[in-house]
Design a protein around this ligand. Structure first.
Ligand code: ZN
Length: 158
């Protein structure tokens, strides 16, 4: 079987089609320059632009293509699950003390984020009334637990 090839418009090399990025709508189905040249061009363009401009471009792209970005992020997370996990673990280990201190404070003070978390939700997803109600419920539960512990202790003391 003969391998489909194409001449790159930039470097002039003849390369198999798989060395070109796909481009829907193009007659050949791929871009006119090969992957290497396309990457090269992209990184040169990128280097020539200011970080602010790049950030703005990225934000605009995200705005235009929320579905694509979501899919891309999900794919990235799936592909890099172990790396991300290792990075998170390393970060937590480094900040363990701070993390524990913060978690304890969150629990002790029944902060919004802690209360929302007991509902398996994020703060913005919980109506304020529900958050307050849940906080109240948690307070009651704690008071009951303390009372129970106190009674158990007194029972033992008898
Ligand atoms: Zn090329």
């Amino acid at each position: 079987m003969e391998i489909a090839t194409k001449v790159c418009s930039m470097c002039g090399d003849t390369k198999p089609l798989e060395k070109f990025y796909k481009k829907s709508g193009a007659a050949s189905g791929v871009q006119s320059s090969c992957r290497e040249c396309t990457r090269d061009k992209t990184s040169k363009l990128r280097a020539a632009q200011s970080p602010e401009k790049l950030l703005a471009l990225a934000a605009a792209y995200r705005e235009r293509n929320p579905e694509k970005v979501r899919a891309w992020n999900a794919a990235y997370r799936a592909e890099n699950r172990n790396t991300l996990r290792a990075r998170n673990a390393a970060y937590r280990a480094e900040n363990l003390e701070k993390f524990i201190e913060k978690s304890r404070a969150n629990v002790a003070n029944l902060t919004d984020s802690y209360v929302a978390n007991t509902l398996r939700l994020k703060v913005p997803q919980v109506p304020p009334d529900l958050l307050e109600l849940k906080r109240e419920q948690l307070r009651h539960k704690r008071a009951l637990k303390e009372l129970k512990e106190f009674l158990t202790e007194s029972e033992k003391a008898k």
